[in-house]
Design a protein around this ligand. Structure first.
Ligand code: ADP
Ligand code: MG
Ligand code: MG
Length: 885
C-alpha cells in the first residue's frame, strides 16, 4: 500500500486516532479523536510527521504524492463547509498549525485566517455582512504571516498599529474601524515590501504552501533545536502540520474564544475552570490585551461569566467536559471558540498541573472510578513531590529580590542575618530565627547550619558542602550566590545592586528558586493533606523495595518516620561530635599523644554517644538502624581560626604552638583519599571500640529494660580489602559479645561495610565472607570511580554538563553506565558468597528518582535518603515496580 501522508478529520469522523501521536503529533491526533467521538471540531487535515522526516532526508523536497493528497483533502473541507478556498464570493479560510508529538514552544506559531487577499476579503464582507470583522481578520493574517512565514520583524508592523491608534486617539483595538483596518492592511503590505523586497503573496495556494513550508522549516530553527536538546527530544521525530477550517470568535457579541481546564490545574479541585473573551480571536485570551472573564462562578468574580452570557453554549461545554474526561481519563486542557452562538473545540490535551493538583486529581479519579490505583500512582512524577515537602513563599506576597544564587536546597525561610556558626547557635538558643551567611561552609559550621533557618553562601556549587549538608538536613539553602560580597570584618554583605545587608537585618531565602530577598516574605506551610496520605498508601501497595533514611539525630529520624521511612540506612556518627560540649572532648582525644589520654577523652564521649543511639533506637522503634563508625579525617575536628585555636589552648592547657603543630601534622594533600574511614579504626582501634560499645550498650539497655527488639547494623566505612574488615570485625565482635554478656540479654547484631571504593566492589565476593551487609556509599564511589573530587569539581563539572560531555551531574543522578555497573557487579558477587546478604544504598542518590529506579532494577533491598526525600523515593520505587510489569 502506498504511504499515506494526509489524515482527514471532521463531521463526526476521522482517519486518525488519539494513539497516533507519533504520526500525527499531539494536536492532530487529538483533533481526530475529538472529531470521531462526535464533538464539534471544524474540519481539517493533518500532514504527517513522516513528511517532515522525508522533507529533511530529500534536501527539503516533499514526497511526490503530497500535493495531490493535500488538494483532495482541501476539497473535502470545502464540501463540508460549503465554501471554496480562494473563491471570490464564498471563500474558505483556514488555520495552519504546527504540532509535534510533545508540545514544543520554540516551534512555529500558528497562522490564522489564511486564504485572505484583496479579492476574497470582499467575499467575507458579503458573507458576514461585517466589513470591520473582515478587515480585522485580514490585518491579523498579514501580521501573522509576515512574522512567522516571511520572517518580518514583528515590531515594525506592531509599531504601525500603535501609530494608528495614537492618530485615532483610541487605546484598544476595538476602537478602530473597518476603514482603519483596511488602511493598515495596505500599510503592512507596503512595509513588508520595503523591508524584505518581496511582495506579500496574494495567491491562497502560495500562502498555504508557504505556511506548510514554514512549519516544517521551523523544526530545524535554533529555538526548536535548543528546546529539543534541553528536553531530550530526538530530531527524527519531526512535526506534523494541521490545516483546519477557520471558525471566528470575533464576529460580534455572540462570538467568543477561550481556554479551559476540566479541573483546576493549581489545586486539582473538581470543577470546570476557564477563561474567555467575547468577540476575540485565537490567542487574545493569553496575550493579555483585554482582561479575560471566567467561564463560571467556581471562583468569585465581578465579571459576567460565560454561564450567564451564553448559557446554551455553556451547558453544551459542560457536557463536552464530561465526555472528554470520561474518554481520556485525565484532566484536559481545552481551547474553544464560539461563532455566532455555536461552540467549536479546537484543541485538547492532558493538562499541566502543580504537584498538589496532580495528587488530588489522581486520588479523586480513583474514587470516581475513572482510573485504577496503578494509574493513579503513575500519574504523579516523583520529582514533583519535592515542591510539596517544603514550605513555599506566598505567591501573592510582594518580594524584593536582591540577589540570585543556586537553588541548592528547597524551601522558603526568613530570619536575621548572622555570619558565624556560633552566633547562629547562640541566637537560635534564645529563640531567634537566623539565616547563616558564609562565603562557604565547612564541617565546623554544622552546628550553626543546624540552628539556622536557612543557609546562604557566596561560593560553591550544587554539590558544595553547604548544599549537600543542607539537603541532608532538609534545610533551605541558596549556594554559590556570586551576586553578593560577604565581608566578615564589617559583618555585612553587599548585593550586586548595592544594597548592604548588615548583621541582624532580615532576609528571605527561596531555596527552590535560588532567590535572596530583603525583609520577611510570608510563607505557606507544607501541607501533607489527606490526599497526599491516600496517594502514599497506594504507593506502598505496589512498591517492593524498602526506603530508609539518612538520619543522625532523633529529630531527623522522627521527621523521616512521618514521611514513611522504614529504618535508618545511614547514621553518620561524626555529626554527633560537633556539638559544642563534645567537640572539646573530641579535640582532647586528637591532641593526646598517648593511648591513655585518648582513652580518657573517649570515655567522656562514650556516654553521650550512647545517649544518641538510645534516642535513635527509640525513635525508630522496631525498625532497622545502620550506624556508621567514624569516617572523616581527624583534622576536620580541629579549629582553623586563630581565635578558636587560642581558646582551645586555654581550655586544654596546651600551647598554641603544640596545637598548630598537630594541625600541621594532620594536614593531608588529599584528605578524601587520606587517613579516614576504617583506616582510622585500624590505627586507633580505641575510637571504634568506644563507638561499638556505645551502640551495643544502648541496644542492650533498651532490650533489657524496655523490651525493645533491636538488631543494630554496625557499618564500617571505606573498606578496600577483606583484611581490614576482618581485623575490625574481630574487634567489634569481641566488644559486642562482652557487652551482651554483661547485660545478660540476647541481642543479635550485624556487621557490614560500605562499598565506596572500586577495589571493594571488584572484590565484593571476598569481602562478603566477612560482611553481613553492603551499603553502597555512592557519593564516594562516584568520586573514586571517576577519580574526581567533589569539592574541586565545581571548576569543570558544570561545563561538562552544559556541553554534553557528561549527560548529567553524576553526584545528582547515579552514573548507571560506570558507577552503576560497579554496584550491580558487587551485588552479584556479594550474593554469590552470601545469598541472603542485605543490600542497600546510602548517599544522595537514594533520593533521586532515576537512581531509585536503577536500584530497584538491580534488586537492592532498600535505598536510604535524606528525610525530606523519603516520599520521593517511595513513589519512585513504586513507579519502578509498576514499570516492571
Ligand atoms: P498553540 O500550539 O501555540 O496553542 P494553536 O495552533 O493551538 O497554537 O493555535 C493558536 C490559537 O489559534 C489558539 O487559540 C487556537 O485555538 C486558535 N486557532 C487555531 N486554529 C483555529 C481555527 N481553525 N479557528 C479558530 N481558531 C483557531
Ligand atoms: Mg501559542
Ligand atoms: Mg493551542
Amino acid at each position: 500500500m502506498a504511504q499515506k501522508f494526509v489524515y482527514f478529520f471532521g463531521n463526526g469522523e476521522a482517519e486518525g486516532r488519539a494513539d497516533m501521536k507519533n504520526l500525527l503529533g499531539g494536536k492532530g491526533a487529538n483533533l481526530a479523536e475529538m472529531s470521531s467521538i462526535g464533538l464539534p471540531v471544524p474540519p481539517g487535515f493533518t500532514i504527517t510527521t513522516e513528511v517532515c522526516t522525508e522533507f529533511y532526508k530529500n534536501n527539503q523536497a516533499y514526497p511526490e504524492a503530497l500535493a495531490a493528497e493535500v488538494a483532495a483533502n482541501l476539497k473535502k473541507i470545502e464540501a463540508l463547509m460549503g465554501r471554496t478556498f480562494g473563491d471570490a464570493q464564498n471563500p474558505l479560510l483556514v488555520s495552519v498549525r504546527s504540532g509535534a508529538r510533545a508540545s514544543m514552544p520554540g516551534m512555529m506559531d500558528t497562522v490564522l485566517n489564511l486564504g485572505l487577499n484583496d479579492t476574497t476579503v470582499q467575499g467575507i464582507i458579503a458573507q458576514s455582512g461585517d466589513e470591520r470583522f473582515a478587515y480585522d481578520a485580514y490585518r491579523r493574517f498579514v501580521q501573522m504571516y509576515a512574522d512567522v512565514v516571511m520572517g518580518m520583524e514583528k515590531e515594525i508592523l506592531d509599531h504601525l498599529l500603535e501609530q494608528k491608534k495614537e492618530q485615532k486617539g483610541v487605546h484598544l483595538d476595538t476602537g478602530l474601524t473597518a476603514a482603519d483596518w483596511k488602511d493598515l492592511v495596505a500599510q503592512f503590505k507596503k512595509a513588508i515590501f520595503d523591508e524584505l523586497g518581496q511582495a506579500f503573496p496574494e495567491d491562497p495556494q502560495e500562502q498555504l504552501w508557504g505556511a506548510i513550508g514554514a512549519v516544517f522549516g521551523s523544526w530545524m530553527n535554533q529555538r526548536a533545536i535548543t528546546y529539543r536538546k534541553l528536553n531530550n527530544i530526538p530530531a527524527e521525530w519531526g512535526t506534523a502540520v494541521n490545516v483546519q477550517s477557520m471558525v471566528f470568535g470575533n464576529m460580534g457579541d455572540d462570538c467568543a474564544t477561550g481556554v479551559a481546564f476540566t479541573r483546576d490545574p493549581s489545586t486539582g479541585e473538581n470543577y470546570f475552570y476557564g477563561e474567555f473573551l467575547v468577540n476575540a480571536q485565537g490567542e487574545d485570551v493569553v496575550a493579555g490585551i483585554r482582561t479575560p472573564q471566567p467561564i463560571n462562578r467556581s471562583k468569585p468574580t465581578t465579571l459576567p461569566t460565560m454561564e450567564e452570557l451564553m448559557p446554551e453554549c455553556y451547558n453544551q461545554f459542560v457536557e463536552i467536559r464530561e465526555t472528554l474526561e470520561k474518554h481520556y481519563k485525565d484532566m484536559q486542557d481545552l481551547e474553544f471558540t464560539i461563532e455566532k452562538g455555536k461552540l467549536f473545540m479546537l484543541q485538547t490535551r492532558n493538562g499541566k498541573r502543580t504537584a498538589p493538583a496532580a495528587i488530588k486529581i489522581a486520588v479523586d479519579m480513583v474514587k470516581e472510578g475513572l482510573i485504577d490505583e496503578k494509574t493513579a500512582v503513575l500519574r504523579v512524577a516523583p520529582s514533583q513531590l519535592d515542591q510539596l515537602l517544603h514550605p513555599s513563599l506566598d505567591p501573592k506576597a510582594p518580594k524584593n529580590v536582591i540577589a540570585k544564587g543556586l537553588p541548592a536546597s528547597p524551601g522558603a525561610v526568613s530570619g536575621s542575618v548572622v555570619f558565624t556558626a556560633d552566633e547562629a547557635e547562640a541566637e537560635a538558643k534564645i529563640g531567634k530565627k537566623v539565616i547563616l551567611v558564609r562565603i562557604e561552609t565547612s564541617p565546623e559550621d554544622i552546628h550553626g547550619m543546624h540552628a539556622a533557618q536557612g543557609i546562604l553562601t557566596a561560593r560553591g556549587g550544587m554539590t558544595s558542602h553547604a548544599a549537600v549538608v543542607a539537603r541532608g538536613m532538609g534545610k533551605c539553602c541558596v549556594a554559590g550566590c556570586g551576586d553578593i560580597k560577604v565581608d566578615y570584618a564589617s559583618e555585612s554583605f553587599t548585593a550586586k545592586n548595592g544594597v548592604v545587608v548588615k548583621k541582624g537585618d532580615v532576609i528571605t531565602l527561596d531555596g527552590s528558586k535560588g532567590e535572596v530577598m530583603l525583609g520577611a516574605v510570608p510563607t505557606v506551610p507544607v501541607q501533607l493533606t489527606g490526599d497526599f496520605g491516600l496517594l502514599m498508601e497506594l504507593v506502598d501497595k505496589f512498591r517492593t523495595m524498602k526506603v530508609r533514611t539518612n538520619a543522625d539525630t532523633p529529630h531527623d529520624a522522627k521527621v523521616a518516620r512521618e514521611f514513611g521511612a522504614e529504618g535508618i540506612g545511614l547514621c553518620r556518627t561524626e555529626h554527633m561530635f560537633f556539638d559544642a560540649e563534645r567537640i572539646a572532648a573530641v579535640r582532647e582525644m586528637i591532641l593526646s599523644e598517648e593511648l591513655e589520654g585518648r582513652e580518657r577523652a573517649l570515655a567522656k564521649i562514650m556516654p553521650m554517644q550512647k545517649g544518641d543511639f538510645i534516642g535513635l533506637f527509640r525513635e525508630m522503634k522496631g525498625l532497622p538502624v545502620t550506624i556508621r563508625l567514624l569516617d572523616p579525617p581527624l583534622h576536620e575536628f580541629l579549629p582553623q581560626e586563630e581565635r578558636d585555636i587560642l581558646e582551645l589552648s586555654q581550655t586544654m592547657k596546651v600551647t598554641v604552638n603544640a596545637i598548630k603543630h598537630k594541625i600541621d601534622s594532620l594536614h593531608e594533600f588529599n584528605p578524601m583519599l587520606g587517613h579516614r574511614g576504617c583506616r582510622l579504626g585500624i590505627t586507633f582501634p580505641e575510637i571504634y571500640n568506644m563507638q561499638v560499645r556505645a551502640i551495643m550498650e544502648a541496644a542492650c539497655e533498651l532490650v533489657k529494660n524496655e523490651g525493645f527488639s533491636i538488631v543494630p547494623e554496625i557499618m564500617i566505612p571505606l573498606i578496600a580489602t577483606t583484611k581490614e574488615l576482618q581485623v575490625l570485625k574481630q574487634n567489634a565482635v569481641a566488644i559486642c559479645e562482652e557487652v551482651i554478656a554483661a547485660y545478660g540479654v540476647k541481642v543479635e547484631y550485624l556487621i557490614g561495610t560500605m562499598i565506596e571504593l572500586p577495589r571493594a566492589a571488584l572484590t565484593a565476593d571476598d569481602i562478603a565472607t566477612e560482611a553481613e551487609f553492603f551499603s553502597f556509599g555512592t557519593n564516594d564511589l562516584t568520586q573514586t570511580t571517576f577519580g574526581l573530587s567533589r569539592d574541586d569539581a565545581g571548576k569543570f563539572l558544570p561545563f561538562y554538563v552544559e556541553n554534553g560531555i557528561l549527560p548529567e551531574d553524576p553526584f545528582v543522578s547515579l552514573d548507571q553506565t560506570g558507577v552503576g555497573k560497579l554496584v550491580k557487579m558487587a551485588c552479584e558477587l556479594g550474593r554469590g558468597t552470601r545469598p541472603k546478604i542485605k543490600l542497600g544504598i546510602c548517599g544522595e542518590h537514594g533520593g533521586d528518582p532515576e537512581s531509585v529506579i536503577f536500584c530497584h532494577k538491580i534488586g537492592l533491598d532498600y535505598v536510604s535518603c535524606s528525610p525530606f526525600r523519603v516520599p520521593i523515593a517511595r513513589l519512585a520505587a513504586a513507579h519502578a515496580a509498576l514499570g516492571d510489569k
